[in-house]
Every structure is written in structure tokens, then in C-alpha cells.
Design a binder for this molecule. Structure first.
Ligand code: C5P
Length: 223
């Protein structure tokens, strides 16, 4: 069997990472959360007061930042920044509120795309994000574009946050998702859009198992 690259893109909180993780597990592939990388950069920028309008500060910060992933005993992928586990931190609203502004910066994207290509060079990888099928792996054997209704997305994300983080009200989550979609789709650098040849999956009315099955079937047809 040949190994393929599976690119999963779409709007915020459509179930991309939940699906990607599960598909990777089933196929024995590596899962890469590209959003976690942008969140890690955002975390660093906030911690070090990097000015988003100062190219020199941004460049210096990007040269210092080292993002790595580690699979723990529960088989969950955790994000590390300079050897420090920041998985919990990067899921907080503080990061969600700033990540799309940071992700719109060209040098930030160039640095992340370079690392993402490196991580996927041996194939056998499921990567989720906003520009995976359009920019990072335009030749991916399988491209999926996920969508879902706003109410469903906000509710699911709120439930997810309640489990790990803190109380966040539905309106705040909805506003954040809306803002990120807005910035992600209208930015000049690699705006979010459906890649050529991508297969659209709307997750509004289907279960996690159903969306996972759909992607696994599509993958098997291409292996
Ligand atoms: O996937 P997640 O929602 O964690 O991504 C957080 C943010 O990172 C997105 O809203 C987007 O601004 C940015 N992102 C990106 N390109 C990617 C992945 C994420 O610009 N490939």
C-alpha cells in the first residue's frame, strides 16, 4: 500500500482536528495540527510582547521559536514550545482571540509552511488547517474541505472548552469563530478557500463516527 497525504481544511470549529486525529489513528498515520503551530507562535508573541507591526521583532522571534509535537501515553499529540508543554495554554480564548491576526503575517506563514512540509515529506500524514490543500500540500492525494452551521460549531466548541479549560459563554465562542473565519478568508496571504479537487463534507447533521468513516473511505480509495 502506498502512503498518501490527507489535507483537511475548513472553517474554525467544524471538527477538522477531531476527524483528522481519528483518521490518522485508524490508518496508522501521523497527525499534524497546523493550527497548533500558529497558536504556539501567538503564545510566544503574547508572552514576549512582540509587536505585530515590527518586522524585525517578528523575524527575531521566528528565528528563536522551536515548535515540536510529542505523543503522550494516552496517544494524544501535545504541542511544545522550546521544550515546554503549552498544549493547554494554546487552547485558551486569549490565544483564540489573537491567533488569526498573527497567522495573517507573511513571514509567520512562510516559517510554518516550511516546517509543515518537512513534517509531511515522508507522507502517511493527516494535516488539518486552513491552507493545507491550497498551499502546504497542493499535490495531496486527498483533500477534504469541512463546513458546518455556525450554531452547531459554536456549541461543539463550547462543550470542548468546558471539558478542559473554563466557562465560556456561547456568544463569546460564536463571536470568536466568526471573527477568525472573517480574517482567515479575507487575508492576503493564503486565505482560507476550498482547494481545487477538495471534497466537501458538511458536518452539521452527522456524527463524529460518520465524518471519520467518510474520510477513511475516501482515503482507502486512494491508497
Ligand atoms: O485550527 P485552529 O482553529 O486551531 O487554528 C487557529 C488559527 O490558526 C486559525 O483561525 C487560523 O487563523 C490559523 N491557521 C492558519 N493556517 C493553518 C492553520 C491555522 O492560518 N493552516
Amino acid at each position: 500500500l502506498r502512503k498518501i497525504v490527507i489535507a483537511i481544511d475548513g472553517y474554525s470549529a467544524c471538527g477538522k482536528s477531531t476527524t483528522a486525529k481519528e483518521v490518522a489513528k485508524i490508518l496508522g498515520y501521523k497527525y499534524i495540527d497546523s493550527g497548533a503551530m500558529y497558536r504556539a507562535v501567538t503564545y510566544y508573541f503574547l508572552e514576549h510582547y512582540v509587536s505585530l507591526s515590527n518586522p524585525k521583532e517578528i523575524e527575531a522571534a521566528l528565528n528563536k521559536i522551536k515548535i515540536t509535537f510529542h505523543v503522550n501515553d494516552d496517544m494524544e499529540t501535545e504541542t511544545f514550545l522550546d521544550g515546554l508543554k503549552i498544549e493547554k495554554e494554546i487552547r485558551k480564548m486569549r490565544i483564540s482571540d489573537n491567533v488569526s491576526q498573527v497567522s495573517a503575517i507573511k513571514p509567520v506563514r512562510l516559517a510554518m509552511v516550511k516546517q509543515q512540509r518537512q513534517l509531511g515529506r515522508e507522507k502517511g500524514v493527516v494535516m488539518d488547517g486552513r491552507d493545507i490543500g491550497t498551499v502546504v500540500f497542493p499535490d495531496a492525494e486527498l483533500k477534504v474541505f469541512m463546513t458546518a452551521d455556525m450554531q452547531v460549531r459554536a456549541f461543539r466548541r463550547q462543550q470542548e472548552l468546558l471539558q478542559s479549560d473554563k466557562m465560556v459563554d456561547l456568544v463569546e465562542v460564536m463571536e470568536n469563530i466568526h471573527m477568525r473565519d472573517q480574517i482567515d478568508t479575507t487575508r492576503v496571504e493564503s486565505p482560507l478557500r476550498k482547494a481545487e479537487g477538495a471534497i466537501e463534507i458538511n458536518t452539521t447533521h452527522i456524527t463524529i463516527d460518520e465524518q471519520v468513516d467518510a474520510v477513511v473511505q475516501l482515503a482507502i480509495n486512494r491508497i
